[in-house]
Design a protein around this ligand. Structure first.
Ligand code: RB5
Length: 147
């Protein structure tokens, strides 16, 4: 799978571990940075990742900051992005099954690398359930029309 990664300084270490794990599993990984633990602004990396997911040059994106909160807020401002902030396996799975999440956000200061790897594995392998969930996701684009 083509996967694009991004992180700020709070997520840098976990992003490095995720990149190595994905590459070892044979995924085609693009790493947009950051490339050190020097302080940077997370919306910059959210934008790089979301643009690649939106234009189809990556199938999925993974964003890591200290908590995952800023990355998820920034990512969900981008058209066509359904970013899910997850810190355990159940929500990682459900974000795929019910929400067709195309970006996974995690907190590098919240979870350990072993859990993160299992979440990433689950998130990559779990398909969207479609059905009634497609209708609900389509409503994201017309929120002002909802009564
Ligand atoms: C950076 O200190 C921190 O604010 C950032 O990584 C993230 O947690 C924001 O939501």
């Amino acid at each position: 799978m083509k996967i694009v990664l991004g992180a700020d300084h709070g997520g840098f270490e976990l992003k490095e571990i995720i990149r190595a794990w994905l590459e070892e599993k044979g995924h085609e990984v693009t790493d947009t940075g950051c490339h050190s633990s020097e302080s940077v602004d997370y919306p910059v990396y959210a934008k790089k990742v979301c643009e690649m997911v939106s234009d189809g040059s990556a199938e999925r994106g993974i964003l890591v900051c200290g908590t995952g909160i800023g990355m998820s807020m920034a990512a969900n401002r981008h058209a066509g992005i359904r970013a899910a902030l997850c810190h355990e396996i159940f929500t990682a799975e459900m974000s795929r099954r019910h929400n067709d999440a195309n970006v996974l956000c995690m907190g590098g200061r919240v979870i350990g690398s072993a859990l993160a790897m299992e979440m990433v594995r689950t998130w990559i392998e779990t398909p969207f359930d479609n059905g009634r969930h497609s209708r609900r996701i389509a409503m994201f684009d017309t929120v002002s029309d909802i009564d």
